[in-house]
Design a protein around this ligand. Structure first.
Ligand SMILES: [Zn+2]
Length: 250
């Protein structure tokens, strides 16, 4: 009789331990599932200008709006191949609100970003300056966003190193760009180079260079995500020392 009760007790004890172990394992499985989702994030790619708004006109007569769209398309392909979802603010040579004003177009771009489920916005532009010698890509972020600053720094470094930029620029904080000021997700504007510089204008119109640029931006997005994930896991606050002392030319 005593032996039978001992067997029943042992079975109950075993069942209890099995339930406890199962519950202890579940949160681990959930964390694993969440981590796998990191490459399933959604990125908005904004090709600046379009349609009646050409943007900057290059020294060779090519138009910023066309170069923006080509680089944006190549970036979309790069990101989709890496498992990201991508939303484009435009896919053709037009403004998002062609019948309205430039302001209406910008408002629509902001609306598209803020009503999306995206985590990052990358806006593609080309630069221009009165001094034709000035060249090199430069990334802008809103001064109030430490996440955007971290992304801009990774992106700037990636562009400078991979594209072998002779006079590397530093990324720059801004407080007035409409898109950066009014969007609610981590956002950067990438000025890919200067259309006022003959050599750089030639490169920016070159298909292979555009692909290299797009790959750089996608690499930077992946690096930023890996760094911000490991910072969250280590419980760091992600504060980054401001090293940007520049701000010339723009
Ligand atoms: Zn522009």
């Amino acid at each position: 009789m005593v032996r039978r009760w001992m067997i029943v007790f042992a079975v109950l004890l075993f069942a209890f331990i099995a339930v406890v172990i199962n519950d202890a394992v579940k949160p681990y499985e959930m964390v694993q599932a969440a981590d796998v989702r990191i490459h399933k994030e959604t990125i908005v790619i904004d090709a600046g200008h379009g349609g009646s708004d050409p943007g900057k006109v290059a020294i060779d007569g090519s138009l910023e709006k066309d170069i923006n769209l080509k680089i944006a398309g190549k970036l979309r392909r790069e990101l989709m191949e890496r498992g990201y979802d991508v939303i484009m603010t435009r896919e053709a040579d037009r403004l998002t609100q062609e019948t309205g004003s430039k302001q209406a177009d910008m408002r629509e771009r902001v609306r598209m970003v803020n009503h999306s489920d995206a985590q990052l916005l990358v806006s593609i532009h080309q630069n221009s300056f009165t001094d034709a010698g000035v060249c090199g890509p430069q990334v802008f972020y809103h001064e109030a966003s430490k996440e955007a600053k971290a992304l801009a720094e990774v992106m700037q470094e990636q562009l400078n190193e991979t594209l072998n930029i002779a006079k590397p620029r530093v990324c720059k904080a801004d407080h007035s760009y409409y898109l950066l000021k009014n969007t609610t997700i981590t956002a950067v504007i990438v000025e890919c180079g200067f259309l006022s510089n003959e050599t750089e204008a030639g490169k920016l119109n070159d298909d292979a260079y555009q692909k290299q640029l797009a790959a750089c931006l996608a690499d930077a997005i992946e690096k930023y995500e890996q760094e911000s994930t490991s910072q969250r896991e280590c419980g760091q606050d992600g504060n980054i020392v401001d090293e940007n002392k520049s701000g010339r030319d723009l």
